[in-house]
Structures are given as C-alpha cells and as structure tokens.
Design a protein around this ligand. Sequence first.
Ligand code: ATP
Length: 440
Amino acid sequence: MNYNVSAHSWKRTHYTMEITPDLDGKEVTLTGWIKEIRDLGGIKFLLLRDKDGIVQITVPRDEVDRQIIEQVDKLQRQDCVSIRGTVRRMDKAPRGVEVTPKSIIILNTAKQPLPLDITGKTPADIDVRLDARILDLIRDEAQAIFRIRHVTLEAIREFFSKNGFIEIHTPKIIATATEGGANLFPVAYFEREAFLAQSPQLYKEQLVIDFEKVYEIGPTFRAEKSHTRRHLTEFISVDIEEAFATAEDVMSVAEQLLQHVCRTVNEKCRRELDILKYRVETPSIPFKRLTYDEVINELRENGIKISWGEDIPTVAYRTLGKLHPYFYFIIDWPTSLKPFYIKPRDGKPEISEGFDLMWHWIEIASGGTRVHNKDLLIKRLKEQNLNPESFKYHLQVFDYGMPPHAGWAIGLERLVMMLTGIRNIREVVLFPRDRFRLTP
Ligand code: ATP
C-alpha cells in the first residue's frame, strides 16, 4: 500500500464534532481513526474518531464508487485515514448526521488483532489495559477522565493566578532528603549520589522570602512500598506556600480552591461526567474541622482503639469516612506525628498546627503552619533524628528574614479520583508507576 500521499490531499477541513446537520450537502475532509465498523450487507457504517469525538461514515454499496467500496472493505479498527465526503442530515445517525465518502486515503494501518477492544465493550483486566495504554486511552471513559484532569488543572491555575500566587518549578534532582531518606529513590549523579525529590517542601518554603505566595504543580517521587489503590511512586503534587499566613489561612485557600474546581468541572465537563455516570457535589464552605482527639474518641465509640500519639491506620480511616462522607479537616495532630517543619502550637508544643484534608476515608491534602524560627527548626530536626548538617542550605535561608508561613500539598491524582468517582489511582494517570510497574 502506498502511504506516500502529499499533505494537502488529506488536510482536514473539520473536526468530527463540527459536523452538524446544518452542513447538509457540504463537502468536508476529515482525518482520524476507525473506531467501529458495522456491516449490514448493503450498507456499511464506520465510526471515525478524532480528538474531539466521532462521526458516522455511511457507505451505501449501490451509491458509492467501487474503488471506495474496495478500500472500505479493507479497513479495520484503528486504521488511520483521511476521508473526503458529503455531509448528510440523518436522524438515525449519532448526532443526526453522517458523511458519505467520495475518496479515502489510508494513512496507516493498525496491526490486527488489537490487544484490546478500543470501544471498551469487551472489558479487559487493568494490567492488560495498562500494557497497551495508548489503545486503552481511546475508550470513552479514559477520554472523559483525562479531559476532567485537564479542566481540573486549568481551574487550579486560574484560581491561583486570580489569588496572587506565582507558579514555580523547583528541582526534582536533589542532594538531601526533605523528610529523611526512607522513601527516596537514589540516582547516580555523575560521581555522586543524588535523589529524586519526594516533595518541593523545602524550596517552596524558602521561596516565600522572594515571592510570598507560590504554587507548584509538579512530579513527586516516593519509593512507596505500599501497593494500594491510592499510592503511586510518581504522582503530581499541587503545592502552595504563603508568607505571613497560618494553617487556618491556607485551609481556607484549600476550601475555596476545591469549591472552585468542583464547580468548574461540573460546569465544563457535563458530557464527561455523564460518560462516567458520576457527579461530585460542589461543596459549601467552610468544611468541617475535627480535632485528632475528637477523631480518636469517635473511633473508640465505633470499636477502634487508638492511643493518643498513635497514627490513624487505614481501617480506622474507612470507619471515619463512613461517619463523615464528604470533605473534612483533621486538625490538632500530635506534633510527633508530623514532619519537622510543622509548627508546634505555642504554649502546647505536643500539639501541632498541622492538618490533613480528607475526602471520605482518603487523604487529599496535608499542610500546616511551618516553623520559621531557625533554632526551633534545628531542635525539631534533632527530635526526628535528622542531621541539621544535611539541611545546611535550607537552614541558612532562615538567617535571611524568614517570615511566618504556611502551606499544603494536594495529590492531583487523588483529587481527580474524587472528581471522577474512579477508585484505582492508576486509571487517572496516563502511564502509572508503582512498585511493580515501570513500563510502558
Ligand atoms: P498517605 O498517608 O496517604 O500515604 P502522605 O501523608 O504520605 O499520604 P503527604 O506526604 O502529606 O502524604 O503528601 C501530600 C498529598 O500527596 C497527600 O495528601 C496525597 O493526596 C498525595 N500523596 C501522597 N503520597 C502519595 C502517593 N504515593 N501517591 C499518590 N498521591 C500521594
């Protein structure tokens, strides 16, 4: 087959979703891929897919040229084509319109059989799907998820810009661990060892001296051994840090952001949410605030005993999620459970100014007021068995007029799970990375 066709012969005039009944009689050129083929004997229907959607190509055998029939009979799912044809209003066709071809250029063929049903009608196991992810992403549900993810990111950036935050990008190859070394991936960095950043925490804190209000949307790497439906080894973290702010101030930013994102997705992604048969209610604010003490008391009443100072295990979170099936903050955590940079409360240092933001039983974000006093920071590092010497460059910035500050990090994928109703985090990442998956 000759694929050597000049570009001007196949240039598209319209995207599929621009083909509407009012174009009846008009000649158009479409490009895309064959998604489905239905042969009724005297008539053949092709669904042509492009980035926006599909349009039906109708081939009545007694009305089109023999050469076209021969080409159409060769076509298979996922073949890449350019089709010139005439638009026809047709009530029975999807969206009330179809195109009858006058010429077809086959730009490339797909090897058959495909490893997956790209229509999604024959369900496949997630690992089979992830192994052929490029084909899997053609499914309507996958397209819906990634459009929602796109709109989510757009809404996040819009919100931060409007609220005076500047977007930053901090290094992802780093010399020292943010919070100790357990979850770090080492990388060979010429003659030295470096690490992949597990969080932009230290850099974003430092940058409040220069910009006051910063945000970053960037990759984060964690050598997570836990193989769960909500943990990946590479995920996107949405981080903020704000000078002259407290935990309460940045909790309010998180609430407003989530409200804005839910509202925007509900408005802009109706079609996608219909495909997923899911809709998250736009929350009213403020969200509920539960103290750590209230949480452990509530859990005790529900048969789960947690001693003060112990972390809350997943089973307990599941119970909590049933009691509070929406957004809520958990505040007043024991200082010993929070990282060194979270500020202990003045006059009651065993309680921290850290918080977690929950959605049902899943943690969406965590943050807090930070320590901005250098001596206290060194003390906190030592309490957590970290060596202040390893944090030399970070600590020196605290000599440059570090203001009081606060911030948080939201896991983008967990946010998208919440917005789409998807229960496995791998579904909301193009090429997920976990302990057992490093390809494709
Ligand atoms: P968890 O307790 O659920 O493992 P964490 O306490 O380690 O989370 P943080 O370090 O506070 O999480 O990270 C901030 C946010 O980043 C979390 O609230 C979550 O939304 C997201 N996040 C953390 N770890 C992962 C991961 N391995 N995969 C995907 N998202 C994550």
